[in-house]
Design a protein around this ligand. Structure first.
Ligand code: NAI
Length: 259
């Protein structure tokens, strides 16, 4: 489905990004594993190469303008172009608004929003060349559409991605560039595992209650979304053949938030 395509995925050393890299590689794409943790990114790239795929690792802190520009250029130089960007790197900080430090707020916005902007701008410089085009996928969240206590910065940042994607859909159309936001429900990755005890402490409930009530209570079937559910959605969107799908968000969540 993605034969001959070149994809750059941020935060691809772990969790959702790593699974998207594997799924894209199996679909025939050459993939660049961009992450702040180079050794882990290299390990993911090595796994893909060992299973017959094409991959490279690139050190990239998505909040660092020079690192994003240099890393993107290195990917284009090494793999020969850029057709798909998945802006996925992210972290979570949970605490009430009154306890959020300004530094923590800015860190969240920097990774999720500045990172999306910087990687998009770097990718577009190549995708706009000769209007060769491409697809930009942002990793939003059900929290792109819904609020939850303790997640002020995360919810604000994930809502911001909808705006960026909608503007890109309009600006990019003339250059054959499309944009999408994938909005997963809760997925068991290190990002989620870390917040279970943190939320239990802040809310004064047990870890089991955090999982049952906060994470799965709003689903239709009490089941976690999986990394493969998200990766298959990312594959569908990257392979979709026309701009009939652009500027939209896709909620992948077992019914946790419907719109
Ligand atoms: P994860 O913690 O497994 O992976 C995140 C990756 O991002 C890590 O490899 C980390 O090193 C990297 N990263 C962190 N800061 C970075 C930076 N400044 N520059 C480059 N890389 C950086 O987390 P997960 O769950 O796979 O999350 C991926 C994305 O999916 C995030 O944007 C997250 O908000 C989003 N998401 C996750 C959900 C979940 O339930 N796990 C649900 C909805 C959205």
């Amino acid at each position: 489905m993605l034969n001959g395509k070149i994809a750059l995925i941020t935060g691809a050393a772990s969790g959702i990004g790593r699974e998207i890299a594997h799924v894209y590689a199996r679909a025939g794409a050459a993939v660049a594993i961009a992450d702040i943790h180079l050794a882990a990114a290299q390990a993911t790239a090595d796994e893909i190469v060992a299973s017959g795929g094409k991959a490279m690792a690139v050190a990239m802190d998505v909040t660092d303008e020079d690192a994003v520009d240099a890393g993107t250029t290195a990917v284009v130089d090494t793999l020969g172009g850029l057709d798909i960007l998945v802006s996925n790197a992210g972290i979570q900080i949970v605490k009430p608004i009154v306890e959020f430090s300004f530094a923590e707020w800015k860190k969240m916005l920097a990774i999720h929003v500045d990172g999306a902007f910087l990687t998009t701008r770097a990718a577009l410089r190549f995708m706009y060349q000769d209007n060769r085009g491409g697809t930009v996928i942002y990793m939003g969240s059900v929290h792109s559409h819904e609020g939850s206590p303790l997640k002020s910065a995360y919810v604000a940042a994930k809502h911001a991605l909808l705006g960026l994607a909608r503007v890109l859909a309009k600006e990019g159309a003339a250059h054959n560039v499309r944009s999408h936001v994938i909005c997963p429900g809760f997925v068991r990755t290190p990002l989620v595992d870390k917040q279970i005890p943190e939320q239990a402490r802040e809310l004064g409930i047990s870890e089991e209650e955090v999982v049952k009530k906060m994470m799965l209570g709003e689903t239709v079937d009490g089941i976690f979304t999986t990394i493969d559910d998200v990766a298959q959605t990312a594959l569908f969107l990257a392979a979709f053949p026309s701009a009939a799908l652009t500027g939209q968000s896709f909620v992948v969540s077992h019914g946790w938030h419907m719109h």
